[in-house]
Design a protein around this ligand. Structure first.
Ligand code: OAD
Length: 250
């Protein structure tokens, strides 16, 4: 496949590559995407993770959070796409990985340099004293702060909340310096995350996109190369090519 060769060539030549992922990369791990056919928002009303609804009805919201995020998603394991990206980072051929996902599968696959744009399910935050705690089962079963009895909330960005400053600052600084961005499994419709590939492109980076279907980035001509298909199939092949033939383009 010519595009795969071209993508590998861009990545071999790039001195600074960033990775940007969305829900699609975890679909092959059994986690549904948010939009489109079979998307979560088709089946579930998202108001349980809307901050005012959560504060008004914490028990009802927590019942859904527990069932969906901790019981169901909690079973998910990283897939070959997560492992391939971790390998690329370990080989020094990619730097910062910005993810919109809250499932922690990148870190579990071995990625270290990860900016979680929408937070993480791995931790809970006390809305009263601000304490951050590992999301152990006893706490997700009884989401009450052991220090002050305040209400605990997953440390993820709910609708109506601001984004974590550290991750967003890091990501928006990095887009000024990168030569290439690998964009994986995101519809490119959610602000401000969707600005990342756009700003990188504006600063001269080449955008390589992997998605089952065209996204906003494909449609708007942001992607220089579009590799259509499942991330779990394409990424291991792409990374193998980049690492096997390193140095052959000089
Ligand atoms: P979406 O659900 O909007 O998009 C998922 C994308 O993954 C789509 O473009 C699919 O075509 C693609 N896809 C599905 N399966 C794939 C596969 N096996 N391989 C490659 N691509 C595949 O998810 P996001 O763009 O991540 O925010 O959504 C962004 C944000 O919207 C989420 O972080 C979440 C949601 O509201 C918050 O929770 C704050």
């Amino acid at each position: 496949m010519r595009d795969l060769e071209n993508a590998a060539s861009i990545l071999r030549k790039s001195a600074r590559t960033m990775i940007f992922t969305g829900a699609g990369i975890s679909v092959e791990s059994g986690i549904p995407p948010f939009r489109g056919n079979g998307g979560l928002w088709e089946k579930v009303d998202p108001s349980f993770i809307e901050i005012n609804t959560f504060l008004r009805h914490p028990e009802e919201s927590w019942a859904k959070i527990r069932e969906l995020f901790y019981d169901h998603w909690g079973q998910a394991e990283p897939n070959p796409a997560h492992y391939a990206l971790a390998e690329l980072q370990k080989a020094g051929k990619a730097g910062l990985l910005v993810t919109q996902n809250i499932d922690c599968l990148h870190q579990r696959a071995g990625s270290v340099n990860v900016a979680e744009f929408h937070g993480t399910l791995e931790y809970l935050i006390c809305l009263k004293c601000g304490m951050r705690l590992k999301a152990e089962k006893d706490l997700t079963d009884q989401p009450v702060c052991p220090a002050c009895s305040g209400l605990l909330k997953p440390d993820v960005v709910f609708f109506g909340e601001g984004l974590p400053e550290e991750a967003t600052d890091l990501a928006f600084e990095e887009v000024k310096h990168v030569d290439a961005v690998i964009v994986v499994g995101t519809s490119g419709e959610v602000m401000p995350a969707c600005l990342i590939p756009r700003y990188a492109k504006r600063n001269g980076a080449q955008i390589i996109e992997i998605n089952l279907d065209p996204s906003a980035f494909t449609r708007e001509g942001i992607s220089d190369l579009f590799l259509q298909g499942k991330a779990g199939g394409i990424l291991p092949e792409l990374v193998k090519k980049v690492l096997e033939e390193e140095g052959s383009d000089i």
